[in-house]
Design a binder for this molecule. Sequence first.
Ligand code: G3H
Length: 255
Amino acid sequence: GIMRDVSGINEMEERLKKELNLQEVVIVPGDSDETPWVKQELGRACAKRMKKRLVGENIIAVAGGTTMAAVADMLTFDFIGNTNTLFVPARGGIGEDVKNEANSICAKMAENTGCKHRVLYVPDQVSKEVYDSFVKEPIIKEVLSLIKKANMVLHGIGDANVMAERRNTKEEDMKIIQDGHAVGEAFGYYFNEAGEVVHKVPTVGLKLDDFSHIEHVLAVAGGSSKAKAIKACMKSATNSTVLITDEGAAKKILS
Ligand code: G3H
């Protein structure tokens, strides 16, 4: 194993918690930009915090991305204990590949823990008419109402440009993201350096305003290349948010 400079990391966690005004910050050693398995460690750290917080009935809303996929990989059958836990996607389609999609990650989390999950298949780029009638479908409405009852949210944070490129964003939205100087992205919201929303991918599910009512919000993102993005996204975070990050990102944010 890697030697962890415990006191150094603990001190950094305290500093970052103050700097970002969060309830808790967890830092894993290394930089996931340079060392791919550090992302697995982020996943492990998130799984551990989830376990600590889950009791009784839970609905966990999960966003997409490769970091969330790493969290899913770290969940096991003994993880949920005797809780009654359901996984739901935080929001409908936001242009990700199937493997990075919240639906797929929820399915994996449910499979690995022996829990149930629900899916939310909302087509990505349809006319307003189709969209409006779609969200009136009973099955969609039912899943949406479950999402609104979530007591835990898990989400990643991405660099705005990286995410916009990865998601085949429409030219006009690309322009909004660039002109708005977005630096960070989380659950389909793009934030500028001041933490203001400059663009949101039009879909259904959790809204930023809903976060203030959610007891446990776990944001998981690492790599020094995400420092700006993390800082921006954490500006709009409620102070009940727990940030799970790595040394690479933490050092860059604090420097
Ligand atoms: O929504 C996706 C996240 O913002 C970042 O994705 O974990 O693949 O970097 P990632």
